[in-house]
Design a protein around this ligand. Structure first.
Ligand code: ZN
Length: 681
């Protein structure tokens, strides 16, 4: 590992923050924190912390010594001075003389000594930083260090590698006790350049930001060099089926099995798939059921990944039914084990904890790769990042010895520690959280409004459009994925659903919205025009619905098919036969899906919208029609019973409503301000 320290960059950082009134110590603390946080081999998702001891003035202008230490909720990779709350140092240091200190008292005392009470909570490792005398202190969960400490004889391995340069601290849960033990380890030999926290991570320290940072890089480099010595050849591979089922078939089965029934609906997971040579060697290993099921490589990972991943059998191509049974059995066993683990450890603590959900957050699939899982794509990505990091750490640990980690009771104490759970943030889930929504025609006005409405309510959104640039523009705006898709081509639709499943693991809601209007008097319209319209306005919906149902049935967690059928399906407009006829067929398609797939829990509903600006009605058409009727554009647009203009947003809200209406199928919702000729009866 190379030092990325640059005098020029450091000077630029000092100058930049000086302009904001931030002192040099804090500017340099930001600089090297970001260097550490930018490397996933050192720091992942809030996993490390750093501090600097400096002098700051309080509100009255009185200057005093403070510890600026990483605040919870910040990541080192993009930390700012505001992410390094200042705590008065002298009171923190006086805590060292105490025999014990509860977590609640520790957190409260730290907050009570903040210079600014609007700051985030200082790190749970604040006291460890405070009890060390050095100006700069850096802490990471380096994978190379963990590969050495996570061994049955990790202390001996580290003593051999670092000699007297690093102090040694046995595993203790973070908090007051760890801070005291670390200070004692330092006091035994004050010449050490850092501390190895066994089965947890590494601290380095120094008089300057550069010294502390470069000691971290040097110690990690020594660990990396040790990992290259006397390596065993990689994991022996298990016997796998000759042909493995594709990701697009495997992911929905896994996703469905990892969902929990929740009333008439399901609590689902969003998946994030990862693969590559290192992951495949790991998940395909004959001994994976041992080394992958031992536990976490550093304790705080388990709040995001649980202690162990779900391990399922390899999915043989053409035998998906067997795979589905095997996955369900594996998930049942995982959940039963989790309940037993909770009961055992909660009893030890006097039955004071409330059980968290028992579902896995990482799944290993031999022959394919690994999946992170979470209630959002973001959470799934965090779990997948940690899982990849775990693969690297355990692979190296096993190459030089045997992976070992903290025992179960210590893992439980971290997983159920209130200060760790606080990192996850609470707050009610949004109504469409955990659901994957595909919107066709998503690049256009109504499609974009639908995509935005679902994203606002917490769904993961795939924006499908024949125009990929249009889809991308909307996807960027709503934080979704863009997929090129010509709905008139069954192949193109299949490929789009393969891409959605590869990205999110499955699909729950389809807003089949793509359409276009063709005109012509039915008595003399060209056959080709009618057929073209049927391809888009009928077969397009059928292609999309069929592909979605294939995924939904594999998941076995129901789903919602939503169709934009337009008022033309009910109330034909003059010369609009080529548009209205396929839309009428699509209205019947909705009912057919409701009939044929109700037993699968799949609902099929339609939205009949009319006269929407930015829908099929462009500005030129609005101008021409209002002129032809001799009314203003505004009066034309509001030409309905309620005399209100209907917007794309109104249509989007109807789609959203139908997605949530889990006792409604074969329904048509009109969004037209009242058009009695288009009213259904
Ligand atoms: Zn730590």
């Amino acid at each position: 590992m190379k030092s990325l320290w640059s005098h020029d960059d450091a000077a630029a950082m000092i100058a930049r923050y000086a302009a904001q009134g931030v002192n040099e110590d804090i500017a340099l603390r930001v600089y090297t924190s970001r260097l550490l946080g930018g490397d996933a081999r050192l720091v992942l998702h809030g996993g490390g912390n750093t501090s600097v001891k400096t002098r700051l003035a309080d509100f009255l202008g009185d200057e005093g010594e403070v510890l600026c230490v990483k605040g919870s909720g910040w990541d080192l990779g993009d930390i700012e001075p505001a992410g390094l709350p200042a705590v008065r140092l002298a009171p923190l240091r006086r805590l060292r003389d105490r025999e014990s200190l509860s977590d609640e008292d520790m957190v409260n005392f730290q907050r009570a000594n903040l210079l600014d009470t609007t700051s985030p909570n200082p790190s749970v490792e604040t006291l460890l930083h405070a009890f060390l005398p050095h100006k700069f202190v850096d802490h990471t969960h380096s994978t190379a260090i963990l590969s050495l400490t996570d061994q049955p004889d990790g202390e001996a391995v580290c003593a051999d590698v670092f000699g007297a340069r690093m102090g040694s601290v046995p595993y203790i849960m973070p908090g007051f006790d760890l801070a005291r033990k670390s200070a004692e380890a330092f006091a035994r030999d004050e010449s050490v350049e850092g501390l190895i926290l066994h089965k947890h991570g590494i601290f380095t320290f120094g008089a300057t930001a550069q010294e502390s940072y470069e000691r971290m890089i040097e110690m990690v480099s020594l660990a990396e060099a040790r990992l290259q010595q006397g390596r065993k050849t990689g994991f022996a591979a298990a016997r796998l089926p000759r042909e493995i089922a594709p990701l697009s078939d495997v992911a929905p089965i896994l996703r469905g099995a990892c969902s929990m029934a929740d009333g008439d609906d399901y609590k689902r997971m969003v998946l994030d798939f990862r693969t590559g040579d290192a992951i495949r060697t790991y998940v395909d290993g004959a001994d994976a059921s041992r080394y992958s099921q031992t536990g976490v490589v550093t304790p705080d990972h388990n709040i995001r990944t649980k202690n162990v991943p779900l391990l399922v059998p390899a999915p043989a191509a053409g035998r998906l039914d067997d795979f589905k049974v095997a996955v369900k059995d594996a998930v049942d066993a995982y959940v039963a084990d989790y309940h037993a683990y909770f009961a055992r450890n909660n009893a030890r603590l006097g039955d004071v904890k409330t059980e968290l959900d028992p579902l896995p957050r990482v799944a290993l699939v031999p022959g394919l790769g690994l999946f992170g899982m979470g209630k959002s794509a973001g959470e799934a990505a965090v779990a997948a990042d940690i899982a990849e990091n775990t693969v690297a750490t355990i692979t190296d640990a096993e190459a030089i010895g045997t992976f070992d980690c903290i025992p179960e009771d210590d893992m439980f104490d971290i997983e159920y520690w209130s200060l760790e759970q606080a990192k996850l943030g609470k707050g009610a889930e949004k109504p469409m959280a955990r659901q994957v929504v595909a919107v066709t025609g998503g690049g256009g006005g109504i499609g974009a409004a639908i995509a935005a409405a679902f994203a606002r309510d917490g769904a993961e959104v795939a924006v499908l459009d024949v125009d990929l640039d249009a889809a991308k523009a909307v996807a960027d705006r709503v934080g979704g994925m863009a997929v090129a898709c010509d709905v008139t081509s069954a192949e193109s639709v299949k490929a789009a659903f393969v891409a959605i499943v590869a990205r999110f693991g499955g699909v729950d809601v389809v807003a089949s919205n793509a359409g276009a209007a063709w005109q012509g008097r039915i008595g003399d319209v060209d056959d080709a025009v009618l057929r073209k319209s049927f391809e888009l306005n009928f077969f397009g919906h059928q292609n999309v619905a069929q592909a979605a149902v294939h995924v939904m049935r594999a998941q076995e967690t129901g789903g919602a098919l939503l169709f934009n059928t337009s008022k033309q399906a009910v109330n034909p407009g003059q010369d609009f036969g080529p548009y209205g006829l396929p839309k009428a067929a699509t209205l019947f398609l909705v009912r057919q899906y409701a009939v044929d797939h109700g037993a699968d829990g799949i609902r099929a509903n339609a939205v009949n919208a009319d006269r929407i600006r930015s829908g099929l009605l462009d500005d030129g058409m609005i101008a021409a029609r209002s002129r032809a009727r001799g009314v203003s554009e505004a009066d034309y647009m509001a030409g309905n019973l309620l005399q209100r203009e209907v917007t794309a947003q109104d249509v989007a809200e109807a789609f959203l409503y139908l997605a949530k209406a889990n006792k409604t199928t074969a329904a048509v919702v009109t969004v037209d301000g009242g058009n009695i000729a288009a009213a259904l009866r």
